[in-house]
Design a binder for this molecule. Structure first.
Ligand code: FAD
Length: 265
């Protein structure tokens, strides 16, 4: 398997155009597992970790090659919390946001934050640059709108105000893939967003719960109960080897309530 160690976007795009069977490689923490299990046999891989454009990290953009370890120190508390829960220190040192987006697992821990803030995913190819809202980029479980010859440049982050928090439930407190995860934002006027992972085919927003709690400036305990109940109604989890749908539904309600309580004054 040929490996191209691209040091510029041009080099990477040339390599992807030259070999339609080529696959992008970032930290390799998802890709190499698929190769090791024989699920994927790319004719070549194009490593994008040395491309400076993919390392941008500022208030409005996270480059695709930014690692979990860097996000742990980033400007967004909920994103940092999510990054801190991903894998082990070794995984966080090399695993990237671009890889989390590229894999598009329903359990991807970076995705609820992107969904909660309505991030756009920026893609680049020989045809130019395009931006897709997160829900158009992630088209289903482990499926994306990434086209042939396209590279994820990163995610655009809109301005965010108020409080934000992330939580996940796993089989244990570290080195665990999410059974349910959630990110909640609440601004000073009460406007609330809640995005969840691992409780549906792709990350989702619980829109009815958001609408209901956003109308409550100082939510009573009955209103908080109702918010959590609506979340459990809106999620669409499945039974799999990690958990049952019933437990995931319950966990989604519990973490949503806790996040809301953390974000109230
Ligand atoms: C032991 C272990 C524990 C883990 N724990 C967690 C966890 O707790 N939470 C979690 O969310 N994930 C976890 N993961 C999964 C994985 O670490 C993350 O999804 C990580 O973010 C993947 O990033 P990567 O850079 O390693 O991606 P890679 O493996 O390099 O790539 C993954 C996919 O994205 C594509 N890709 C990568 N970058 C780009 C780009 N710039 N443009 C286009 N396509 C691209 C690749 O072609 C590939 O299809 C774990 C994995 C392991 C092995």
């Amino acid at each position: 398997m040929e490996t191209v160690l691209a040091t510029s976007l041009d080099e990477a795009l040339d390599a992807l155009t030259a070999d339609p069977g080529a696959t992008v490689l970032a930290g390799g923490t998802d890709l190499m597992v698929s190769v090791a299990y024989g699920d994927l046999r790319p004719s070549s891989v194009v490593s994008v970790r040395r491309i400076p454009d993919l390392h941008r990290l500022d208030d409005s953009f996270v480059g695709a090659a930014v690692t979990w370890a860097e996000l742990e120190r980033g400007p967004w508390p909920a994103f940092a919390e999510a990054a801190r829960t991903a894998g082990s220190p070794q995984i966080r040192a090399v695993g990237t946001l671009g890889g989390n987006l590229g894999t598009a697992s329903p359990a991807g821990d970076g995705l609820p934050f992107l969904a909660a803030i309505d991030a756009e995913v920026v893609l680049v190819s020989r045809a130019g640059t395009r931006s897709l809202p997160w829900h158009e980029f992630i088209t289903g479980p482990k499926s994306t709108a990434l086209g042939a010859g396209e590279i994820i440049l990163g995610a655009s982050i809109p301005p965010i105000s108020g409080k934000q928090a992330f939580a996940k439930v796993g089989a244990r407190s570290a080195m665990a893939i999410s059974i349910a995860s959630a990110c909640l934002l609440r601004d000073d006027a009460g406007s609330t967003r809640i995005a969840l992972g691992s409780v549906g085919p792709k990350p989702m927003r619980a829109r009815r719960a958001e609408e209901m709690i956003s109308a409550e400036h100082s939510p009573s305990s009955a209103a908080i109960d109702e918010f959590a109940r609506l979340v459990t109604e809106e999620v669409t989890p499945i039974d799999d080897h990690r958990s049952t749908a019933a437990y995931r539904r319950h966990a989604a309600g519990v973490i949503s309530r806790r996040l809301l309580e953390r974000c109230l004054p």
